[in-house]
Design a protein around this ligand. Structure first.
Ligand SMILES: *Cc1c(COP(=O)(O)O)cnc(C)c1O
Length: 347
């Protein structure tokens, strides 16, 4: 990429990264007296800083080259690293759309970077006409596109994303945390077409490993170089790498759980539709629904009293709640509670 030097913070461009013992000797068999590890135990060795075994499995499954994969401590690490690599604190800017994922705001604040929030259109798609003037802002380094979007659930139009990738000279980070629930093709298939594209995904949602903290990002090798330089040397623990590999070795369980969730999604949608205080269920490519109701605050409170926790998104989208698809019995309990509220005319 010809303008990478103009995009990367100068101190990061120059940065000489920490060289760990596991960087300097990468062979397997031998006597390891190089890293001040304890010779006893089962988790006594530092893990592979580049997670090569996990990347090989993931690459085969995703149909990408391992050299184009970054593994993070959750995909939230990828978001934070993007700010740290590209945005000079107090000077550069990033842009996201609203409503969208709250971590972009927090990561921007932590990194002392202004985050421009451009409202999505009424159909929750990107207003490209409103966006394009920002392309001329030399301090705008980073655009976040969440697709499928949290909390609205929709994928962004591919033509709009193509337009942004072709016309914006900075970095475009497409957050695909929910892509595994969608029929859409991942943008990770396009990383070699677009040198400014980063696609993040996660093991936290469809793979059922939120507790493990394993996120992934796909990008061309020139960009990846900077992520490897800036990350903590051992950012993904051995335990985390192993559970992610176990998940990739057991695709049957992954498929079974994903199918169960998608089946429940249909059932939950039909049941929600039948409630008279439900005004609208937005189309969802994810494992949740954004639902417009008569009184979001009241429903949220009433459900809490019944020990059912949903997300009140009223402040982001008027009278909207976000409901995650649970197990059949959990969804049934929710439906029953909502039917009860309707019968008692509490909402
Ligand atoms: C849940 C979620 C993530 C996942 O973050 P992890 O750090 O990988 O757990 C990322 N982006 C969005 C939009 C999400 O909703």
């Amino acid at each position: 990429m010809n303008n990478l030097q103009a995009l990367v913070r100068p101190n990061i461009f120059r940065l000489k990264p920490y060289s760990s013992a596991r960087d300097e000797f990468t062979g397997k068999a031998g006597i390891f007296l190089d890293a001040n590890e304890n010779p006893y135990g089962s988790l006594n060795r530092y893990p592979d800083p580049y997670q090569r075994e996990l990347k090989a499995k993931l690459a085969a499954y995703k149909g990408v080259n391992p050299a184009n994969i970054f593994i993070g401590n959750g995909s939230d690490e990828v978001i934070d690293l993007a700010f740290r690599i590209f945005c000079r604190p107090g000077q550069d800017k990033a842009l996201s759309f609203s409503p969208s994922y709250g971590m972009y705001d927090v990561a921007a604040d932590i990194n002392d970077t202004e985050l421009i929030k451009l409202p999505l259109r009424d159909d929750f798609q990107i207003d490209t006409a409103a966006l394009s003037p920002y392309f001329n802002d030399e301090c705008l380094k980073l655009i976040f596109i969440c697709s499928p979007n949290n909390p609205t659930g929709n994928c962004m139009n591919a033509a709009d994303i193509d337009y942004i990738l072709q016309n914006f000279k900075g970095i475009v980070l497409i957050d695909e945390a929910y892509i595994d629930f969608s029929e859409e093709i991942s943008w990770n298939q396009r990383i070699l077409d677009y040198p400014n594209l980063i696609v993040s995904q996660t093991f936290s949602k469809a793979w059922g490993l939120a507790a493990a903290r394993v996120g992934t990002a796909y990008m061309n090798a020139d960009l990846l170089h900077f992520f490897n330089k800036v990350k903590a040397p051992y950012n993904v623990s051995q335990v985390n790498q192993e559970v992610a590999m176990d998940a990739l070795d057991d695709l049957a369980t992954y498929e079974q759980n994903r199918t169960a969730i998608l089946q429940e999604k249909k059932r939950l949608k039909a049941a929600l539709k039948a409630l008279n205080f439900v005004r609208q269920i937005y189309p969802s490519d994810a494992n949740f629904f954004l639902v417009e109701v008569n009184n979001a605050n009241e429903i949220y409170q009433q459900l809490i009293e019944r020990k059912i926790i949903i997300r009140n998104r009223h402040k982001l989208v008027n009278n909207c709640i976000r409901i995650t698809i649970g197990k059949p019995e959990e969804n049934q309990a929710l439906i029953k509670a909502l039917q009860g509220l309707q019968a008692e005319m509490m909402v």
